[in-house]
Design a protein around this ligand. Structure first.
Ligand code: DGY
Length: 323
């Protein structure tokens, strides 16, 4: 029997690649950091049945128009804002993703970023390395307390819950805003549901975990930053497009807010010359929320299983909802 052709857009963990090879003819763009050029992807998809994709690939209508045999798109991520899911559904192409396995790893990173931004960890480290440290100082690198502070979590899904559990361990007062109430969690963690406005105006830490979509684009902008407390630390480990970066820059520069910790950006990778990178009160990471060896391996394997199921006309393990 002839094997299906599958296109893999990035170097992925070996176990996942082996799995794919057992079931299909694999074309792989075998680079870790260089994304597969859109034109080459278009070309390779002309006779492919499966697409194993990654954050950063643009899977749009124009691309799908050139992929007449495509049956399944499987992304090695929980987020799928880079995929035109409606267009895929219209063509009967299944779309899979990898929720669940990355929850705790991403919550860990979110909390690490929160702590790093609050206590100026990276800025302090650079200060030492660059030879600026001359003596102990009473006011040197003073930051914001985490223990006992108020955290406001926007988006109380799995990862939001993971962050809330960590916050409870730090005796934080937990506020959240979400599409639906999480009554059990409210009881268990003494978390309080509140409006966006209340959360933004009262939280010491504003943590954004809403999924990226057309509806959430720039949901945090000038108005919201102006409403935040001057000691507020803003954390984003969701999608960069959820935040108006120009407004964030102004808020940080004029000290309307105290600091930010960012794992995601409107454009990724963020340009080296981006004004945000010039500010000392910004801690930046290269979109590594789920990047532990174990979690990335699990994600890669789930993505492979989703893909294989789609090729064999079976239900995907984790299918994206096309609505
Ligand atoms: C995701 O899964 O959506 C992350 O952003 C990448 O791990």
């Amino acid at each position: 029997m002839e094997k299906h052709k599958v296109v893999v857009t990035r170097k992925i963990p070996e176990q996942a690649l082996e799995k794919l090879k057992e079931h299909s003819e694999v074309y792989i763009w075998n680079y870790e950091e260089k994304p597969m050029p859109y034109e080459l992807l278009t070309e390779q998809l002309k006779d492919a049945s499966g697409l194993y994709t990654n954050v950063g690939d643009q899977i749009d209508k124009a691309l799908l128009d050139q992929a007449p045999y495509l049956k399944v798109i499987s992304t090695m991520a929980v987020g799928f804002d880079n995929i035109d899911v409606k267009e895929a559904a219209r063509r009967g192409i299944a779309v899979g993703h990898t929720p669940g396995v990355l929850t705790e790893t991403t919550a860990d990173l979110t909390f690490a970023l929160l702590m790093a931004a609050a206590r100026r960890v990276v800025e302090s480290s650079d200060y030492v390395r660059e030879g600026h440290w001359k003596s102990w100082g009473p006011m040197l690198m003073t930051g914001q307390d985490i223990y006992g502070a108020t955290i406001g979590i926007i988006g109380m899904g799995r990862i939001g819950e993971g962050v809330a559990r960590r916050a409870a361990g730090f005796n934080m007062n937990i506020l959240y805003h979400n599409r639906s109430r999480r009554f059990e969690l409210e009881k268990e963690l003494k978390a309080s549901y509140c409006s966006m406005e209340e959360l933004i105006t009262t939280a010491d830490f504003v943590v954004l975990l809403a999924p990226g979509s057309a509806q959430t684009r720039h949901m945090i902008g000038e108005k919201q930053f102006k409403q935040m407390k001057p000691n507020a630390v803003f954390i984003n480990t969701s999608r960069g497009t959820n935040v108006d970066e120009k407004a964030l820059y102004e808020a940080l520069k004029t000290k309307e807010i105290w600091a930010a910790g960012l794992d995601v950006f409107e454009e990724e990778p963020i340009a080296e010359s981006h004004p945000l990178l010039k500010l000392p009160n910004v801690t930046v990471l290269p979109h590594i929320g789920s990047a532990s060896v174990a979690t990335r391996t699990k994600m890669a394997l789930i993505a492979a299983e989703n893909l294989i199921a789609g090729l064999e006309n079976q239900e995907l393990l984790f299918k994206v909802n096309s609505k």
